[in-house]
Structure formats: C-alpha cells, structure tokens
Design a protein. Structure first.
Length: 406
C-alpha cells in the first residue's frame, strides 16, 4: 500500500458517488430515459434532462441530470455520465463484454448526506436484476449480491489488491462461522440503509476459507478478519484516519436478522474522510460547474453572477489600461529629463532621437575639439613675403663673426 505523506483530497460529506458497469443487450441510454420519465410522471423527482454536447460535456459522452427533494425540503442534484467509448483498435476498445458500458454517478445534497435517503442509483436505474447495470468496477463483482471469494490464494491476493484500488465502492469481507441456512445465504444489501445498497460490495468467505483469506489479508493489508465476523477493506492510499479496529465486527449473525453492528460500521466508514477515487474530483467538479438543469430562479441567479463577473473583468481591464497609460507618460518624462541632463545640443547636432547615446556624445566631443586644433598653413601661392631693408636678418651672422671682424 502507498506510504505517501501527502494526504489526497477526500469525498465531500454532502456527496454520494458510485461507479459501475452496465452489461446487457438493452440500450443503456433508453433504460435511463424510461426510468427518469417514469419517476417524473409519478412526481418522485422534480425534473430531468439530457444535456447536449455544447452544454459542457466531452464529445462522445452521455450525460443525464436529475433533481429531486428528500425530507420535503432538501434538494439533491445528480449527474449520471457514460464516458465516451474508446476508439476502435485502441487497447481499451475490448471490454470484458461487447455490450458493456461504464457509468459514473455523482449526487450532492444541500446538507450532509444521510445514508437513509433513497439511493441515487435507483433514480436513474430500475431495481430490476435483469437490467444488468449493477456490475461493480472490479470485474466479476456485483452490488447487492453475495460475491464468493476465490479458493486460490493467488487469486485472493489479486482480488484484494483490485478492491483496494477501487475507491468508488465500499468492500466488506464477511466470514461464515458455519454454513448458514437459506436465510443466511441471502445478501446483506437489503438490510442496509438505502444509500449504501448500491455502493457496498459484499465478499463472502466460507467456513473453511478462513486460513487462506487471512493469509491474503495479512499480505495485502496486514490484518485479519475475525472468525464469523467482518472487516471493511481500506482503499489505496488508505484514509489517514483508517483503523481496522474501528471498521471490523467480531460477529455477524447470518440468520436473516438485521446486522446492526455491521450496519453501524459501514455507516461510519461511508461518513469518514475517504480519499476521492481516481476520476472522482473531475466528476464532482462536473456536477458543480457544468450543471444544466436549472429552475428559473437558478437561471436568473446565474445570469446575475455572469453580469457581475463581466463587470469586474471590464473594470479590471479599464484600470489596467489607465495604469499602462500613466506608466508610459512617466517613462516619456524620464526619457526627456535624461536627454536634457546629457548636455547642450550644439548647432548641426542631429536630433536627440538620431543615433545611440554614445554616438551623440562622441559627436559633441568631436565638434568641441575642432577649435583647439592649430591653424593650417596657407598654400605656397599665398605665402607672406619676408621682411626687407634694415629689418632683414642675415642668418650667417647669427652667432658668428665675419672674416673682416676677425
């Protein structure tokens, strides 16, 4: 089992969810449509609809929504989804049966879910054993029936490992202390609260299977089932507060009477902080955010929320535009101040925007140093004549005496 220190998100206490498979020759969508219309005609539910693909679900999916009330005033909204069939030729395109279709059902109430409320599964599916909708996610298992445990120890371990991965269902192992009579061989589901009947999977171990079952349980979960008792299997990863001592029963009387202690354990486990199964978060989000079946009051409230949201977005865009404009003005002012502080523009200097700052500075230095250069001698044709008369100086007498003077 996983030892991850990160606690996964848990199932909201207002939510009921289940997952299964419809196996049979009947058309899945037609079975659901007839059941929903039958309940609406009898005023068991308030309304139902089948949203189109453009109303918020993926292409290829089948989606049904229904709304009803429990206890007269508590509204329940439920969404049944049939995921899109895999593309032909893909590895997932070959289910266990050619007539098999997976389904996901999520319901949410206006307050904490009560297990005594009607099962959402019976709103969408008829309580008919021949319909074939009550197959559990783990192949070979069914809701509402006794599922005998295999005799081979390797098959036992493989089955328990698959049950731990199935976080959509509640798996309970019941051991028969002795071979029961006809009443004791009946499933326990009809004796459970209505909302638990279609999410609890009952595994039954015969009296002589105790040793092999406990060997497999020890290998997979590190605990055992009491002789003649029952234990609720944890998920993988297990809930942080799971303790096998809190979710096991030492004695279950399989005589047709109500298993009060086991019912209490199952109710406490269903109400505990169980991790959301794989795909559960997406299913809950779809129920809350893609809901289409609304009353006029709900539609009006939704439109008002949309108007408020658009108004907030427009206000945010306006503020962003003003801030951008103010920032651009400040940047232009700073750029102008930087140009003024860089020096005085001399005549003939290119405009400040022409060239880089280095080029403009170099140009100013070049023009300023022109005045410091010596004058260029005139050409030979314009040479100044030498002085005449007494002003003429004889170079040969400069520092030397003539021969007559000597």
């Amino acid at each position: 089992m996983s030892n991850s220190s990160t606690a996964p998100p848990t199932i909201p206490h207002t939510v009921w969810l289940a997952r299964g498979r419809h196996v049979g020759s009947q058309d899945t969508a037609d079975v659901v449509r007839r059941q929903l219309q039958r309940l609406k005609d009898r005023e068991v539910i308030d309304d139902h609809m089948e949203p189109d693909e453009d109303q918020g679900h993926d292409p290829g999916e089948l989606v049904f929504e229904a709304r009803w009330r429990v206890e007269g005033t508590v509204t329940v909204r439920a969404r049944l989804t049939f995921p899109a069939l895999p593309a032909p030729g893909s590895p997932a395109a070959a289910p266990a049966s050619a007539d098999e279709r997976e389904w996901i059902l999520v319901a949410e109430a206006e307050r904490v879910w009560d297990p005594r409320w009607p099962s959402p599964a019976t709103v969408f599916w008829p309580e008919d054993a021949d319909t074939g909708w009550d197959h559990a996610p783990v192949p070979g298992l069914r809701f509402g029936e006794v599922n005998p445990l295999p005799s081979d120890e390797k098959d036992l371990r493989r089955l328990f490992r698959s049950c731990a991965q199935d976080g959509w269902s509640v798996h309970v192992v019941v051991h028969e202390a002795m071979t029961p009579d006809a009443h004791g061989r009946l499933p326990l589901a009809p004796l459970l609260p209505a909302s638990l009947r279609h999410c609890v999977v009952e595994h039954r171990a015969t009296p002589d299977q105790l040793r092999s079952v406990n060997w497999a349980l020890l290998r997979e979960f590190d605990f055992q089932v009491p002789r003649g008792g029952a234990v609720v299997l944890p998920t993988n990863p297990a809930a942080p507060g799971y303790d096998v001592r809190d979710f096991s029963v030492r004695s279950v009387f399989l005589d047709g009477s109500e298993p009060t202690e086991l019912v209490d354990v199952l109710c406490r486990y269903a109400a505990s902080a169980r991790p959301l199964p794989e795909g559960g978060a997406e299913a809950v989000t779809a129920l809350r955010e893609r809901w289409s079946l609304m009353t006029p009051e709900e539609e009006l409230a939704r439109e008002r929320r949309l108007v408020a949201m658009y108004a907030e977005a427009l206000e945010a865009m306006t503020k962003s535009r003003d801030l951008y404009r103010e920032s651009a003005d400040r940047a232009n002012e700073a750029l102008a101040a930087l140009r003024e502080s860089s020096g005085t523009v001399v005549p003939g200097e290119p405009p400040p925007s022409a060239g880089s700052p280095f080029q403009r500075t170099f140009g100013r230095l070049r023009d300023a140093t022109k005045a410091l250069r010596p004058a260029t001698p005139p050409a030979d044709g314009n040479r100044v004549p030498p002085p005449t008369g007494g002003d003429r100086v004889d170079p040969s007498r400069d520092g030397h005496r003539s021969a007559e003077e000597r």
